[in-house]
Design a protein around this ligand. Structure first.
Ligand code: MG
Length: 164
């Protein structure tokens, strides 16, 4: 069954949001590079790649269902932050916003009785639980060790161990 227009529209919106997410993380990565925190920059860069892969996963799905992918302009992203904590607080806010968008896609799929899309979105719903939890863990660590130079140095090393 071909994708209906309502579902197609919301999925195209989500493709755009995932690319926007990718840019948010790449911008955060650049900010960390500027601070000399290459481990955190690497963590954000891995996140950037993950978001790109989310966009492409939806892109492939729309095509597989006979829908039309329509790419649109991507919103500008923030480029400056006050501190490391500020970046990760923004990251959590950002992921909560993405979760809301995914949940909205799911509700549209259900109301349109598009079960295949709803099932496809299960993966994204689970992924969002993981994303929020990962960021919360980092925020908990910052709360624990503080933002002194030595603490940030160690946290930078730890986050730098993440592989894309
Ligand atoms: Mg995503």
């Amino acid at each position: 069954m071909k994708l209906n227009k309502t579902v197609e529209t919301i999925l195209n919106k989500q493709i755009n949001a995932e690319f926007w997410s990718a840019n948010v993380y790449l911008s955060m990565s650049a900010w960390f590079e500027k601070q000399g925190l290459s481990g955190m920059a690497g963590w954000m860069r891995a996140q950037y790649q993950e978001e790109n892969s989310h966009a492409l996963k939806l892109y492939d799905y729309v095509i597989e269902r006979g829908g039309e992918v329509k790419l649109a302009a991507i919103d500008a992203v923030q480029t400056e932050w006050k501190s490391v904590l500020d970046v990760f607080e923004d990251t959590l806010k950002h992921e909560c916003k993405v979760t809301e968008m995914i949940n909205n896609c799911y509700e549209v799929a259900l109301s349109e009785k598009d079960h295949a899309t709803a099932i496809m979105l299960h993966w994204f719903i689970e992924e969002q639980v993981e994303e929020e939890s990962n960021v919360q863990t980092i925020l908990d660590k910052i709360a624990l060790v503080g933002e002194k130079t030595k603490s940030l140095y160690l946290l930078d090393k730890e986050l730098g161990a993440r592989q894309a």
